[in-house]
Design a binder for this molecule. Sequence first.
Ligand code: GLV
Ligand code: MN
Ligand code: MN
Length: 411
Amino acid sequence: MTDTIQINGDRLWSSLMEMAKIGATDKGGVCRLALTDVDKAARDLFVKWCEQAGCTVTIDRMGNIFGRREGKRADLPPVMTGSHIDSQPTGGKFDGIYGVLSGLEVIRTLNDAGIETDAPIEVSAWTNEEGSRFAPAMVSSGVFSGVFDLEYGLSRADLDGKTMGEELERIGYAGDAPVGKPVRAFFEVHIEQGPILENESKTIGVVTDAQGQRWYEVTFTGQEAHAGPTPMATRRDALLGAARVIEAVNRIGLDHAPLACATVGLVEVHPNSRNTIPGRVFFAVDLRHPNDETLSKMDAALRVAVADVAQALNLETELNEIWYSPPVPFDADCVAAVRRAAEANGMAHRDIVSGAGHDACYISRVAPTSMVFIPCEGGISHNEIENATPEHVAAGCQVLLQAMLERAQAT
Ligand code: GLV
Ligand code: MN
Ligand code: MN
C-alpha cells in the first residue's frame, strides 16, 4: 500500500536545520546568494546527501542539480520535484531549501520502504531562483523550460559585472548536461510566504495559479552639484526623481488593490555623498498581479509616472522592462493530485494563488505542474525570522510524496 507510507518528519527537520548552518546569519536566517561560496557549500552538502540516498547526480550547464532514483520503467520521464538553494541577502531557513530537502526526504522514504516506482523520481535544485544577485528570478528553470536561451542565462551579471557563467565555473557547478529534458510531472513544495493559510488555520495550500510579474530597471540622470551653493530651483536631483517614482509605485499598488503588489527594493545613488546633489540613481521596480490585463494597466501607469517625474525635474531617463513572467495556471490534474493527498491525510486545506514566483512557474510550460504550500509564521518571508512548524513542514512533504507517487504510476 504505497499511499500509506509516511515521510520521516524528524529527519527532514534535522536536514533543514543542518543545511541552515550554511550561510547562517545572526538573526536566525541565511544569506546564501546564488553562486557564492556558501551556495557552493550548500550544493555540496545536497549532492552528498543525494549520493548517500543512492541517487545518480547530474548537473546541467546552468548548474541545475538533479538527483535521480530509478524506477521500473526506464522509458518513462521522471516525476520531478524541487526548488532552490539560493536565498535573499536577509533570507530565511525555509524559502526554497524546504522544497529541495522535501524531495530528498521523498527519496529517502521510498528507499526505507523499499518501494520501486514505475517512473523514475528526481529531486532538483534550480540555480538562482531568487533573482537577487543576478536578475531575473527563476532564470535557470527558465532556460530549462526554453523561456530563455542558454547564452542569456549564462550572461546574467551581478552589480559587479560577474556573470553567472563565470561564477558557475568558479564554484565548480558548470555541469555538462544539456539544459532541459522531458518531465512526466513536476511538484514544488514551499512555504506560503504570505499570511492566508495561517490566518485560516489551514495546513495545506493547494496552489492553483501564480500571479504575473513585471520587473524594471530605471536610471535617472540629472547633474551632480554642490549641496550648499546650488539654489533649489536649478537643481537636477536624480534621487528626488526616484523618491517621487517610489511614491508613485506604491500608489499604483494601492490603486489596483486588493490583489496588486508594487515594490522598489533596490536603489543605487551616485555619487552617494552627503553634500553632493545626486546626479544619477538606478533603481528596480517589481509589479505583480494575478490578472494580466490589470498588470498591463500597472505597467502603463508606471511608464506615465516615470515620464512625468523626468519632465518635471529635467532628468534624463532610461526605463527597461527586464522581465515579464505572465500569470500561471497550474495543471488541473496535478492540482487535483495535491488536493487528494491533503484530503487523504485529513489535512485542512484551501486553494490558493501564489504571490511569489517559483521555479514551478517555468517548469509548468514543459510539464504538468502544481505546488503545495504550507503556512509560515506571521506570513513573513524574505526575512531572517522566517519560520514554519515541524508539523507543517512534515505535512507538506507527506502531501508531496503522495502526489508524486500518484503521478509515478504507469497507468
Ligand atoms: C521570488 O522569491 C520572488 O520574488 O517571488
Ligand atoms: Mn522560493
Ligand atoms: Mn524567495
